[in-house]
Design a protein around this ligand. Structure first.
Ligand SMILES: [Zn+2]
Ligand SMILES: [Zn+2]
Length: 245
């Protein structure tokens, strides 16, 4: 039963999000441009909610609070270094634009990232089904705008639509092996789970604060700001539903 849930949610968080992103690309440019910030706002709310209401409290139930927070801090620093490493690799000239991600590099980065998302989903489900669903929702919500962006980069670097879809699906599906490996391994080594929870929380906080929220600040205006904040709160509220005690 647990295995079926983990498989279903990691499929939704990978192939499901990619399919949804593909449908999104069929919308006219203007519709897309107005929907994406909404999705990003909602996703950042679910990520922060899942980290602070789900993952961190659950890790603190099993480990000393100070240790958990040290792992969250280490995770944030680790994700910074990882992101730097990926940027160094595709930076050849002195000044280069972060946005100039190449197709192959994007696909590799995506594969690694989605594998980690799979580990997070499985570890959360092993602790409890509500925690699993809240973590999986945060994954699905951030993966949709993420994959829309991936398609944009692939199409811009000259890939045909079908090829972009195939490659993005292949790189994105790593969520499933990530989840399955974590499920079989972590059931044997349960003591590792709280550490994984702390690192997962770091990953969620990092994605929300570093990748998603800065994109929201590019749009000025009170109305846009209020809508973004309301959707962010809606994301947090959705996660709250899974952590009512
Ligand atoms: Zn992700
Ligand atoms: Zn992708």
């Amino acid at each position: 039963m647990l295995l079926a849930l983990i498989t279903a949610f990691s499929l939704l968080g990978s192939v499901g999000a990619i399919a949804f992103a593909g449908v999104f690309l069929l919308f006219p440019e203007r519709t897309r441009a107005s929907l994406i910030p909404g999705l990003i706002s909602y996703a950042s709310g679910t990520l922060l909610g899942a980290a602070f209401l789900g993952l961190i409290p659950n890790a603190i139930d099993r480990l000393e609070a100070a240790t958990v927070l040290q792992f969250v801090l280490a995770g944030v620093l680790l994700f910074f270094v990882l992101e730097k490493l990926i940027l160094w690799h595709h930076c050849h000239n002195e000044e280069c634009e972060v946005r100039e991600t190449s197709g192959p590099l994007l696909l590799i980065g995506d594969a690694v990232h989605n594998f980690v998302d799979g580990v997070i989903i499985a570890a959360a489900f092993i602790i409890s089904v509500p925690l699993g669903i809240s973590a999986a929702l945060a994954v699905i919500a951030h993966e949709i705008p993420q994959e829309v962006g991936d398609f944009g980069v692939l199409l811009d670097s000259g890939y045909k639509k079908e090829r972009a879809f195939l490659l993005n699906t292949l790189s994105g599906i790593t969520t499933v092996p990530g989840a399955l490996l974590a499920y079989f391994y972590l059931r044997e080594v349960q003591g590792l789970i709280p550490y994984i929870m702390a690192l997962s929380a770091a990953s969620f906080v990092y994605i929300a604060m570093v990748d998603l929220i800065p994109a929201l600040h590019r749009k000025a205006g009170i109305a846009a700001g209020v809508r973004q904040f309301a959707l962010m709160l809606a994301g947090v509220a959705t996660i709250t539903l899974f952590h009512l005690h």
